[in-house]
Structures are given as structure tokens and as C-alpha cells.
Design a protein around this ligand. Structure first.
Ligand code: ZN
Length: 287
């Protein structure tokens, strides 16, 4: 396992971590101040400053990307299928322009939450089937332009409103169905927040193997968790054994960034430079 204790060259910052403190330009400038050499930006943050400006800012700062957040929200009623497809194709185009290594996919839950305005449904099995079909469709476009897709399984607490893909096994089953040759076009983004509790986690990481492990996200699970979406912890403040998960990924040959992704009402209150300083410190000691 790589030694992170003496530098933070493998730290990437998911830009949602400091989304309330400044726009993408300000975040990129702060990354330069702190010697952070990679980010994973969100589409809305890119849209706010404009794609061209974002591309230039990333290039001028010499930043790499560890992913692009996010594509997906595949579940909808029939009237919105074209919108879903076009939206996801645009995500791929943006990711290419920015030089991202993959588009992170959050599947979507029940259609009325994934794509508001869609007819309400309680059929989660149907939602899951729809996700597979939509990823198959998106994959054709992604393959044609050489952009890998990384399915991020989300904690089951989000099954209704964010993602009905809830375990690493489920995400890998989809990968095996749609990309049985393991071409590198389809894999998973594993986020410790979503997967740490899963008794099948370790065997599933081994099953994934290097070619399916496209991204690794870190933060921590606080006890108690006050808000299921926006109360993620800083690494080391919660109960996740992050090092053993990273060790399992690296045993498969994963050699990418450890991407810090913290949605937190508490951390959004603190100055950006303080958050980045602590991220670096915890990356060295807790990741
Ligand atoms: Zn994540």
C-alpha cells in the first residue's frame, strides 16, 4: 500500500467539499496554494463559471481530474427519456473537454425523485432495470469518444431519491452484463461513505479488479449522523476503517487518487483554506 504520510500527491479534492465557500475558480486557486494537484468538479460548479473558463482554469493551474461529477439520474417516466439521454451525453462531452478520466454515475432512485415531474412509481425493480438500459445506451456514446463510466453505488438510505444501485456487487453485476470483456469502458467509483458497512465489500473489491476500479472517494461516517446527505465527516472523525478499504483497492492494483468528498453543513461553515489544510493533514494520517 502506498505511503501517504509524507506528502499529499495522491490527494484529490472533490469540489463539493468547499462548494459553499467559493466558486470553482476560487477553489482551483486555493488548490494551487495548498499543492493539491487534482480535483473532481461538479457539473453545476462548472456551469456557473462556464465550461470554457473551467477548462482554462484547470489547464492553467496544471490540475488533473480524478473524475467528473456527475452523470446519471437515469430513472424517469417515458416523457423524459430523451432529456435523460441528452443530459448524460452532455456530461460526457464536458468531461472530455475538462480532461476527466471518467464520468461518475449516480443512478437515480424512483423516477419522481430522480427526474422531478416524472410520474410517481414505487417499483424499484423497474427503476433498476431502467438504470441498466440507460447505462447501456450511454456506454455506446461513451465508448465512441473513449470516456470511461464509473458507477457509484450509494448507501441504501438513498435508494428512493438518489440511487437504486446500492451495493458494490450490484454495480459490478451491471458492469459484467454490459462490459463482459472488461474493456475498461465501465467500472465503479467506490466511496467509503456508501460501502463501508457492506459485509461483502472485500470480496467484491477483489472481484472488481484493477480494470473496474476507476475512482476512490473518502470521508467518514459520523455517529450519530444528523443529516443523511449533508453530515459527512472528515476522515478520522468517524467509524470507517479507511486504510483497510484503500489497502484492498491497492491490492488489486488501484493506483489513482484518494478523492476527498465531504458534504457537510459543518465543514461548509469553515474557511476554505482551513478545510484544505485539515484535508491534507487527515489524508496523511487517516487515509
Ligand atoms: Zn462519492
Amino acid at each position: 500500500m502506498r505511503d501517504f504520510s509524507s506528502d499529499h500527491r495522491w490527494l484529490s479534492l472533490n469540489t463539493a467539499t468547499v462548494r459553499k465557500q467559493g466558486d470553482l475558480t476560487a477553489i482551483i486557486e486555493a488548490c494551487a496554494r495548498h499543492g493539491i494537484r487534482a480535483i473532481d468538479p461538479w457539473r453545476d460548479q462548472v456551469a456557473t463559471i462556464g465550461l470554457e473558463r473551467a477548462v482554462r482554469a484547470v489547464r492553467d493551474a496544471g490540475l488533473e481530474l480524478s473524475g467528473y461529477c456527475r452523470g446519471g439520474m437515469f430513472t424517469s417516466d417515458a416523457a423524459r427519456r430523451t432529456e435523460v439521454r441528452d443530459d448524460n451525453r452532455r456530461a460526457i462531452d464536458e468531461a472530455r473537454a475538462l480532461g476527466a478520466p471518467c464520468v461518475v454515475l449516480v443512478a437515480g432512485g424512483l423516477p419522481q425523485y430522480s427526474r422531478p415531474g416524472s410520474a410517481a412509481s414505487k417499483d424499484i425493480a423497474q427503476a433498476r432495470a431502467q438504470v441498466d438500459d440507460a447505462i447501456a445506451d450511454m456506454l455506446e456514446y461513451a465508448r465512441a469518444v473513449g470516456m470511461p463510466l464509473a458507477i457509484e453505488p450509494l448507501h441504501p438510505a438513498y435508494a428512493a431519491d438518489r440511487a437504486c444501485v446500492n451495493t458494490t456487487k450490484q454495480a459490478l453485476d451491471t458492469c459484467d452484463r454490459l462490459d463482459p470483456q472488461r474493456t475498461g469502458a465501465l467500472g465503479v467509483a467506490l466511496d467509503v461513505y456508501h460501502i463501508w458497512w457492506d459485509p461483502e465489500l472485500m470480496p467484491q473489491i477483489a472481484r472488481a479488479g484493477k480494470d473496474r476500479l476507476l475512482a476512490f472517494h473518502v470521508c467518514d461516517w459520523l455517529v450519530p449522523t444528523k443529516d443523511i446527505l449533508n453530515d459527512r465527516g472528515m476522515m478520522g472523525d468517524g467509524v470507517i476503517d479507511i486504510k483497510s478499504v484503500r489497502s484492498a483497492l491497492e491490492a488489486q492494483g488501484f493506483s489513482g487518487y484518494s478523492e476527498i468528498e465531504i458534504f457537510s453543513n459543518d465543514w461548509w461553515e469553515k474557511p476554505m483554506d482551513e478545510v484544505m489544510r485539515i484535508c491534507i493533514e487527515r489524508h496523511r494520517t487517516m487515509v
